[in-house]
Design a protein around this ligand. Structure first.
Ligand code: BTN
Length: 259
């Protein structure tokens, strides 16, 4: 059952749909897009089929986290879709830093991580899906899952995941949602105005993967090296001993941390 969320912001009120339970906010966003909706924010207290990157599941127990998808119809070129990913990751990082004082950072491409006692753990994952027709982006769905309750993280993931309630006493999903939304729309506006360079620089400054020893698993290869930077189309640059290799979609493991 869908209810409208009350917020202080009129724009939010017309965009936000809150559910108690959904299979996945991504799926619901797609349904809305196919119904002709251009812009919406879909949040739910639980997902029964939450989806992660690379076809993985995203555990989404009731009230365990923030599960939100932004349906947008951005005026950007399809080649810049990775920047939406970056924008979403940065939005979470800056909200956690500025409002909650949490020293969050990004692990390429867009996991949000925090550091406790020298151990880096994932607090948020992002999944961006897009419908593209030639040179046109028909719509994009940017899904963000933030772990809010430590108790809701499955025991097998606890060594590499963390939750907001480890850092702050009161986890309020509304504060989180509004803060992330504001940060995200701000960056989206810049992107639509063509200001891709600032976003890329902001990403590079907040990406903890750069400078780290990394292990890349591409499916058929495992490569060890040092991440040296991010290319202009969002790819990870890695010094492998045989020069710099570029990786645009791969699972990257920081060699020295538990991720
Ligand atoms: C990842 O694998 O790191 C990405 C996880 C993305 C999870 C979010 S939760 C809200 C939205 N709905 C989903 O089914 N997935 C995304």
């Amino acid at each position: 059952m869908k209810t409208k969320m009350q917020t202080n912001c009129d724009d939010f009120d017309s965009l936000i749909y809150e559910y108690d339970s959904l299979p996945s906010t991504q799926t619901e966003a797609k349904r809305l897009a196919l119904d002709g909706v251009k812009k919406a924010i879909i949040v739910t207290k639980e997902q029964t089929r939450g989806r992660g990157r690379c076809g993985r599941n995203w555990e989404s127990p009731h009230d365990g986290g923030l599960y939100v998808s932004f349906l947008i119809t951005p005026h950007i070129h399809p080649s810049n879709i990775h920047l939406l990913n970056f924008a979403a990751g940065l939005s979470v990082v800056f909200h956690l830093r500025n409002i909650h004082g949490i020293d969050a950072a990004l692990k390429w491409p867009n996991d949000v991580i925090t550091e406790t006692e020298g151990k880096l753990r994932k607090i948020c994952g992002i999944l961006t899906e897009a419908a593209i027709n030639g040179e046109d982006v028909k719509y994009c769905i940017v899904g963000i899952g933030v772990n809010c309750k430590l108790a809701a993280i499955p025991p097998e993931l606890i060594y590499r995941a963390c939750a907001l309630d480890e850092y702050i006493d009161d986890t309020d999903n509304r504060v989180l949602l509004e803060g992330i939304t504001n940060e995200f729309y701000k960056r989206l506006e810049c992107l639509e105005l063509g200001d891709t360079e600032n976003l890329l620089q902001e990403y590079i400054s907040s990406c903890s993967t750069i400078g780290k020893a990394v292990r890349i698993e591409t499916g058929d290869r495992i490569i060890n090296g040092t991440a040296t930077g991010i290319g202009s189309t969002g790819e990870l640059l890695v010094e492998t001993g045989n020069g710099i290799e570029k990786f645009s979609s791969a699972d990257v493991f920081h060699a020295t941390i538990c991720l």
